[in-house]
Design a protein around this ligand. Structure first.
Ligand code: SAM
Length: 249
């Protein structure tokens, strides 16, 4: 029976396309793409012209039957998004969930992913991190999300657009204060930059040099300092005391 290949594409530098991905894009019977015009450019660069089908957040559910029928007929289908790994803040989750529920074969073809590239060069702890995708667009909701994350000790990772990078930095400053932030901008592209500092310092840097606010960003934030043993112990003592009181000991 057929196979759905989930194929990562470059996040800027076309040379980052894996040879296996390039080969498959030329061999499959169909490429399901977030934006067919965007993907045609990549396919032209590869010198291949497979049939394309659009698959984006507004038609994804409707595409499931169509793609399932192609797989049932024994065809090979590749799923790609505009950049990086499909399903990572990109379409494809509904398709993969539904096809897997139907027992279809789904094969990942790994490659670029902005959050992994950013973490790999930022110098923040990577043993545990919490990827949060895009923060909510509305200020109040965004700050609420950050408040809910304030105590987390893992490195926090967000995606951000140039339209909101300053608002997000301002909110990081308001909610998390002096926390260390690393911005990975325009990864794998000509103006790739890593900037590090407090939210306030990074905003000042952008005020000095507005170019630093352009392009695509991965925002990484140091986790909260671990609670000291004393604090942890006193929390435990409190919890024990309330538990005993509740039990009527
Ligand atoms: N699926 C993609 C991946 O695997 O990384 C992410 C898609 S998401 C719609 C786009 C966001 O990813 C951008 O707003 C930015 O936060 C991040 N991103 C993508 N390419 C990037 C790059 N070259 N440099 C920095 N961030 C990037």
């Amino acid at each position: 029976t057929g196979v759905l290949y989930v194929v990562a594409t470059p996040i800027g530098n076309l040379d980052d396309l894996a040879p296996r991905a390039a080969r498959l894009l030329g061999e499959v019977d169909l490429v399901a793409a977030e934006d067919t015009r965007h993907t045609s450019r990549l396919l032209r660069h590869l010198g291949v012209a497979p049939p394309l089908l659009s698959l984006h957040e507004h038609n994804e559910a409707a595409r499931v039957e169509q793609i399932d029928a192609r797989l049932a007929a024994g065809e090979a289908v590749a799923l790609v998004s505009d950049a990086g790994t499909p399903l990572i803040s990109d379409p494809g989750f509904v398709l993969v969930r539904e096809l897997r529920a139907r027992g279809r074969r789904i094969v990942p073809v790994p490659g670029a992913c902005a959050l992994v590239a950013a973490l790999s060069a930022a110098g923040l702890p990577t043993d545990r991190f919490l990827f949060q995708g895009f923060l909510p667009a509305k200020g109040g909701t965004r700050r609420g999300r950050l408040e809910a994350l304030a105590e987390r000790e893992e490195t926090l990772v967000f995606y951000e657009s140039p339209h909101r990078i300053r608002d997000t930095l301002a909110d990081l400053g308001t909610v998390l204060g002096e926390r260390q932030v690393v911005l990975a901008r325009e990864l794998t592209k000509t103006f790739e930059t890593f900037l590090e500092g407090t939210p306030e310092a990074l905003l000042a840097r952008m005020a000095d040099d507005p170019d630093q606010a352009r392009g695509e960003f991965v925002v990484m934030v140091a986790g909260a300092a671990p609670k000291s043993a004393d604090e942890a112990a006193s929390v435990d003592a409190d919890a024990l005391l309330s538990a005993m009181l509740a039990e009527g000991v």
